[in-house]
Write a protein that binds this ligand. Structure first.
Ligand SMILES: [Zn+2]
Length: 170
């Protein structure tokens, strides 16, 4: 018997469930703190690069293209365009949303980066790229400095965005 051989007739152990936990403190920094404080007020706050004029939301405090600080504050629309999406059909441990549901990349109007949001109030087979959506916020007394302040996005009753308007954000 070699070291690689099974130790008995059951064969090698291939999976093992074991409790693992990581606790850590997240320090968002100045730029992301502004974004998070905005969420606490029911607002999307981003920053514009003074060189290329791209608007980042949330901003990391600098433009990755130009390497300069993004100091110009920009308040963004609560409406945006679905650039890409994923329909989640697979259950997993700790899941809090009933499947199937849609995760979408939403490009807020005026922003140059999209971010991921939950999409609701639409059958999953009707989602499409270019769909116009709007944020649905939690009640005012439930707002916190986190993305949990945005309950989800929902479709707007307007025509889809033209592909040319979002193709560079896919
Ligand atoms: Zn830039």
């Amino acid at each position: 018997m070699t070291d690689q051989a099974p130790t008995d007739e059951r064969g090698p152990v291939t999976t093992l469930a074991t409790p693992i936990r990581l606790d850590f403190d997240f320090t968002p920094g100045i730029a992301q703190s502004k974004f998070l404080r905005g969420l606490e007020q029911g607002r999307f706050l981003g920053q514009r690069c003074p060189v290329c004029t791209k608007v980042y939301v949330p901003s990391r405090g600098s433009c990755p293209t130009d390497g300069v600080a993004t100091t110009d504050p920009v308040e963004l629309s609560h409406s945006g365009t679905v650039t890409t999406y994923c329909v989640v059909n697979v259950p997993f441990q700790g899941q809090s949303i009933e499947i199937p549901y849609i995760c979408a990349q939403v490009l807020l109007d005026g922003a140059n980066v999209s971010f991921m949001g939950l999409l609701q109030e639409i059958p999953t087979d009707q989602i499409r790229m270019g769909m116009r959506v709007e944020a649905v916020w939690v009640e005012p007394d439930e707002l916190t400095p986190s993305l949990a302040s945005v309950k989800y996005f929902r479709p707007k009753s307007e025509a889809d965005a033209d592909y040319e308007t979002y193709k560079e954000y896919l």
